[in-house]
Design a protein around this ligand. Structure first.
Ligand SMILES: Nc1ncnc2c1ncn2[C@@H]1O[C@H](COP(=O)(O)OP(=O)(O)O)[C@@H](O)[C@H]1O
Ligand SMILES: [Mg+2]
Length: 395
């Protein structure tokens, strides 16, 4: 390790302060948990001028996982893999059993410590990470130069506290995202049910009624003026059926479930009362939540084009690239679309964000409107942040 890259040591208060500030900035930028864990572990190793630093998470099934590793490699410290084979009297076991900061002054005296001796380590310190009062894991640092300084545990605590805050924040965010996704799914499900009920119930009965009226009107006992009225009523009924079909289509079109996003978007474009070009380059089927989300984006954006834009032309595109589904709807109308001015676009943003995606609106006055959304194909798993912590209080 060179100086400059890692000035100071844990007693270098200004250096530690800078490190904590850098980490806090990373956390506030909503960096991924894995990146935060790696950065904390790197800073800790630097500050402590330690040979190795690791962050280890306890799992609810009694195992542990290395979530960050700095200083040495080797098959026993692969990030994301089970952390196993650690000695009974070693740092990980001790922190797990006691929920407290622990230290080893000489691995050569420790039964089972050979693995660490072979990494060149002599001493080590481990400090627990508690999230919302539950033991989540630990940060461990190792030294090749003998026991670590007496205040190492105290100095490390600032870093474990910061890590705990980052984890708690990520967990809170993940919970919000999950509950948002649940709400969206529930509303999709009820839209599907209403569509089915309309299709199988009201629509069919109205069609049957219209047929019955048409048959009646043909009966010889019916006088011409009454026949006219009956026939007009039958036609009106069929108009209502069309209306109803359109409403049902807007709820959750059968073509989307049956044929997928491409055909459903083309059908939307065909129904529009202005020229719409469609470019679709997606696999024939995508996960249902993704197809439905993308469909509603296009359906609402196109409704806006018709309602607000005075455009002469619109363009729909949907494509997958680098694990993202990217959908845009653009028009050459008056522009000036504002999320704050309605409920349609805001609803779309909520829906897209619930899928871990992003929706942007570019609509300069006079310059047309472009709605763009990016949705991760696999639904971005919030790696390593879901673990709520192992319920274990300090001994
Ligand atoms: N394509 C567009 N062209 C021009 N203005 C638009 C367009 N889309 C939306 N807007 C404007 O942005 C507002 C917000 O849109 P939206 O949230 O869908 O609300 P609304 O329920 O009014 O359609 C609309 O009221 C409209 O003034
Ligand atoms: Mg709208």
């Amino acid at each position: 390790m060179t100086r400059g890259e890692c000035d100071g040591g844990l007693d270098d208060i200004y250096g530690a302060h800078d490190a904590l500030r850098r980490l806090a900035a990373l956390i506030s930028r909503r960096a991924r948990p894995a990146a935060i864990f790696a950065a904390v572990t790197r800073e800790v190793r630097c500050r402590a001028q330690a040979a190795t630093a690791r962050m280890i998470r306890f799992e609810s099934d009694g195992t542990a996982t290395v979530v960050a590793n700095e200083g040495t490699g080797g098959p026993h410290v692969r990030v994301g893999h089970e952390w196993s084979g650690f000695p009974e009297a070693g740092i990980t076991s001790l922190v797990w059993r006691t929920g407290r900061a622990v230290r080893i002054d000489d691995y050569r005296d420790l039964p089972g410590g050979g693995l660490y001796v072979s990494e060149g380590l002599i001493g080590a310190v481990g400090v627990p990470i508690f999230v919302h009062g539950a033991l989540w894991g630990l940060i461990a640092i190792g030294s090749c130069a003998g026991p670590l300084p007496a205040d190492t545990e105290v100095q490390l605590a600032e870093f474990t506290n910061l890590t705990a805050t980052a984890i708690a924040t990520a967990q809170g965010r993940a919970e919000i995202e999950t509950s948002r996704a649940r709400i969206v799914m529930a509303s999709d499900e009820s839209r599907r049910r209403i569509e089915r009920d309309l299709h199988d119930g009201a629509q069919q009965r109205l069609v049957a009624l219209a047929l019955r009226l048409a048959t009646l009107s043909g009966h010889e006992s019916v006088l011409p003026p009454v026949r006219d009225k009956l026939e007009r009523t039958a036609r009106d009924l069929l108009d209502v059926v069309d209306n109803l079909r359109e409403i049902a289509q807007g709820l959750h079109p059968a073509i989307l479930s049956e044929a997928g996003l491409g055909p459903a978007l083309r059908a939307l474009a065909l129904r529009a009362s202005l020229p719409v070009t469609v470019g679709v380059d997606v696999p024939s089927r995508l996960p249902q939540a993704l197809e439905v989300g993308a469909y509603y984006v296009v359906s609402e954006a196109l409704a806006n084009v018709l309602k607000h834009s005075r455009a002469t032309h619109a363009d729909i595109s949907a494509a997958t690239a680098d694990g993202l589904l990217i959908v845009t709807v653009a028009d050459d109308g008056v522009g000036g679309a504002e999320l704050a001015n309605g409920t349609g676009l805001i609803g779309l943003r909520d829906r897209v964000e619930a899928l871990g995606g992003e929706l942007t609106v570019d609509s300069p006055a006079g310059g047309g409107t472009r709605i763009r959304c990016e949705i991760p194909e696999g639904g971005d798993m919030v790696l390593l942040a879901q673990n709520p912590g192992v319920q274990r209080k300090p001994a």
